[in-house]
Design a protein around this ligand. Structure first.
Ligand code: SAH
Length: 379
């Protein structure tokens, strides 16, 4: 997949293509549709119905360790597992916070790449924040992941597996609060999901298809967060899966956004907001605007007003968005720091006053570096 547009500024590490000859992640049933799983087994001379049996274990019962699948025939076991349930990743470290209701896992992928996921249990829901790439090529200067550059795209199964393991942890009562159900998924871990479009879309399909095809989550409870790859936002709007779109805006003016979110030099604020609004028009899903509040950088009252202007321009009104200002998570050695409390309050007040639903996001897990932008997998 080579997607480097001719106009990419040279300074931006926007190489979405995988280097030639790199070993691919192992193929797993979560990479495939139900039919493809069956066809694969038949091609290998194995009974096709085993595909459904394995899928039911994986997506229906959330069993991912073949050792627990005691109904597999001994003679074909190794072949079936090798074909559809290879080991994708190993948890190498786990940290928890908020009395065990926030759990961060560091995963080692088959080639040694490291990614992280974070499960957050709330009163009425449980959300997992997952990674879509090892590292990230978007180079936002306030984001820990952005500093290390892109290692590689993750496969659909690697993306999905983080969720299946989280769903199992919830179901089995491993997460403080007793057995429960994983309800929400946010693509807000490491990586830019829309720069790994094919695998991300595959993952969204698997997450929202009914078991045993997939996990059976509601599309509206799946949020894809993006820096604003405009053509990809348009494409996503046409897929017919009403996932929630989150746009990481962080500044209402091109001058500042060019620095904070470097892809802005390719797609301006106006173009990006336009694409987000088109997403709302096509899907009916209200778009979330992410805005990390940085002291004396993007948190001025006038920028709150400008943000309201930009979002409601072109007669769009205010009902199509929801703004999520996020107190910046301080990253060691960074020139950016969190805004003062009074400035954050004023910022939120102005936007609500302009009729735009605005809620300051919590900073769950920040003490274990599990909050937004801190997933750097610095092992
Ligand atoms: N690449 C995607 C998704 C990953 S990050 C995107 O940019 O949307 C998820 C969110 O965390 C984004 O809104 C990102 O801008 C934000 N974020 C990154 N670093 C942060 C930090 N230090 N403090 C608060 N939010 C941060």
């Amino acid at each position: 997949m080579s997607e480097q547009p001719a106009t990419a500024p040279k300074s931006l590490p926007l190489v979405f293509a995988e280097p030639r000859g790199r070993k691919k992640p192992p193929r797993h049933l979560a990479d495939l549709t139900s039919d493809e799983r069956k066809d694969l087994l038949v091609e290998m001379g194995l009974p096709g119905f085993r595909a459904k049996q394995l899928s039911t274990h994986y997506f229906g019962r959330l069993v991912h360790d073949p050792a627990e699948m005691t109904d597999l025939p001994a003679a074909q076991r190794a072949e079936l597992v090798g074909a559809l349930l290879p080991d994708l990743m190993d948890p190498i470290r786990q940290q928890s916070a908020d009395k065990g209701k926030t759990v961060k896992t560091l995963w080692k992928l088959f080639d040694g790449s490291l990614v992280e996921s974070v499960l957050m249990r709330y009163k009425d829901r449980a959300t997992i924040c997952i990674s879509s790439q090892a590292g990230c090529g978007m180079a936002c200067p306030f984001c820990a992941t952005g500093q290390g550059g892109l290692t590689r795209n993750m496969s659909t199964a690697e993306i999905v597996h983080q969720v299946v393991v989280g769903a199992r942890a919830m179901a089995s009562g491993e997460v403080a609060g007793g057995p429960g159900r994983l309800s929400n998924v946010v693509f807000m871990g490491m990586g830019e999901p829309l720069a790994n479009y094919k695998a991300t879309l595959g993952a969204v399909r698997r997450l929202t298809e009914e078991a045993p095809s997939g996990l059976g989550l509601s599309a509206r409870h799946v949020t894809v967060s993006t820096v604003g790859l405009v053509p990809r936002i348009r494409q996503l709007a046409d897929e017919g899966i009403p996932v929630t779109l989150a746009l990481s805006l962080h500044a209402p003016d091109d001058e500042l956004r060019n620095d904070l979110v470097p892809i802005n030099t390719r797609f301006s604020v106006a173009e990006t907001v336009d694409a987000a609004h088109e997403y709302f028009s096509k899907t009916g899903r209200r778009v979330s605007i992410e805005y990390a509040l940085m002291r004396d950088i993007n948190d001025q009252a006038w920028r709150a007003d400008l943000l309201a202007d930009v979002l409601s321009a072109e007669g769009r009104g205010t009902g199509w968005v929801h703004i999520n200002p996020i107190p910046l998570n301080d990253i060691p050695g960074s020139q950016f720091t969190r805004s003062r409390e009074e400035d954050m309050d004023e910022f939120v007040r102005i936007l609500n006053g302009r009729g735009i639903a605005t809620t300051l996001r919590d900073t769950r897990g920040s003490e274990i570096d599990a909050a937004c932008g801190q997933l750097a997998a610095s092992e």
